[in-house]
Ligand binder design. Structure first.
Ligand code: ADP
Ligand code: MG
Length: 314
């Protein structure tokens, strides 16, 4: 029997609905909406681990850090990851606590600051590609390159940006803790932003690195390593499409792993958005996962009832 443990990866839109609503309070209100759907799953008997992105929130910290450079120390990227896991985890904890209280659900919610092990020889470190932080002019970019060893690239006429590596996740360091929290009945928030990327040195010690791990890849790895019975990627679309946004667009309802691989190879899933989600699910199923779903937060319940969403199965 497959387990009743679900890993639900929630996307950026679960916290920042639009550019005009990005204060901490606005993010909390958005979190309350998203967590209602998680509470529904829990009421339907699922034990849930929520994972989430942190791109905009890391961007805000880096910008603050940059503006106060003349007065305060800067915040390294791994610490930004930890800060956002804590802050976002707190929002979800509070939102879920209040939602549970309303519904008479007796459950606690805990956030695990999560480190994700990456390989220090991952080829991604040779070609950093993930843009982070604000745009800079060329002079600033060159100064950062020589002074701090940043990798900087020009972004299609919009200015210069720092890029970091996006290595593959190898192991969720706090896996056993996450699992034991679920076993005692807690709802868990973990692997925020894909986890804080760490490498192991020759002595076996962990060192934080300046990189960003794809949250969907890390969530898939977590789902496999705790043998979750369900992996949900909650994003801005109700279903995945072939020929997305084209006249011959076709929504997918239920596809097999082989079909997913085939459509992926045909280029139906955009690089930086739907591509990594479908890839994460392909890996999840290849490593023994039993079922995965992509839909938007408001349709999770209907999708679990078999009425909508895109299901991907072995
Ligand atoms: P998240 O913040 O949840 O990670 P992303 O914006 O990275 O979300 O990815 C989800 C987006 O991918 C959708 O909102 C949609 O615009 C886009 N997308 C790209 N290709 C497809 C496709 N084939 N089917 C559906 N959505 C797609
Ligand atoms: Mg994304």
């Amino acid at each position: 029997m497959t387990s009743k443990i679900a890993v639900v990866a929630v996307g950026g839109n679960s916290l920042i609905t639009d550019e005009k609503h990005r204060t901490v309070h606005d993010q909390y209100l958005a979190a309350c909406e998203s967590m209602k759907h998680i509470a529904n799953m829990i009421q339907n008997g699922w034990e849930v681990i929520v994972t989430h992105g942190n791109g905009p929130q890391v961007g805000f910290i880096l910008r603050r850090s940059e503006l106060s450079r003349h007065e305060l120390h800067e915040v390294p990227l791994d610490a930004c990851g930890a800060d956002t896991q804590g802050a976002i985890g707190y929002m979800f904890q509070k939102a879920l606590h209040n939602e549970f209280r309303k519904r008479g659900i007796k459950k606690e919610v805990a956030t695990v600051v999560t480190q994700t092990l990456v390989d220090k020889n991952d080829p991604a470190f040779q070609s950093p590609s993930k843009p982070i932080g604000s745009f800079m002019d060329e002079a600033t970019a060159q100064t950062q390159r020589t002074k701090d060893g940043w990798h900087v690239v020009e972004d299609a006429g919009r200015g210069w940006r720092r890029v970091v590596a996006s290595p593959l996740p190898k192991q969720i360091i706090e896996r056993a803790t996450i699992e034991s929290l679920i076993k005692v009945g807690a709802t868990v928030i973990a692997v925020g932003g894909g986890g804080i990327p760490v490498v192991e040195n020759e002595q076996g010690e962990l060192l934080g690195v300046e990189a960003v791990i794809d949250k969907d890849y890390a969530s898939a790895l977590l789902a496999n390593s705790i043998q979750a019975g369900l992996f949900v990627i909650s994003t801005a679309v109700e279903k995945v499409a072939l020929n997305y946004n084209k006249p011959d667009q076709k929504w997918l309802e239920r596809i097999t792993l082989a079909e997913a691989r085939h459509y992926m190879a045909e280029g139906h899933f955009a690089k930086g958005s739907m591509g990594p989600k479908v890839q994460a699910i392909i890996w999840f199923l290849e490593r023994g996962g039993s079922q995965a779903l992509i839909t938007n937060p408001e349709n999770i319940a209907r999708a679990l009832a078999g009425e909508t969403g895109t299901w991907i199965v072995p």
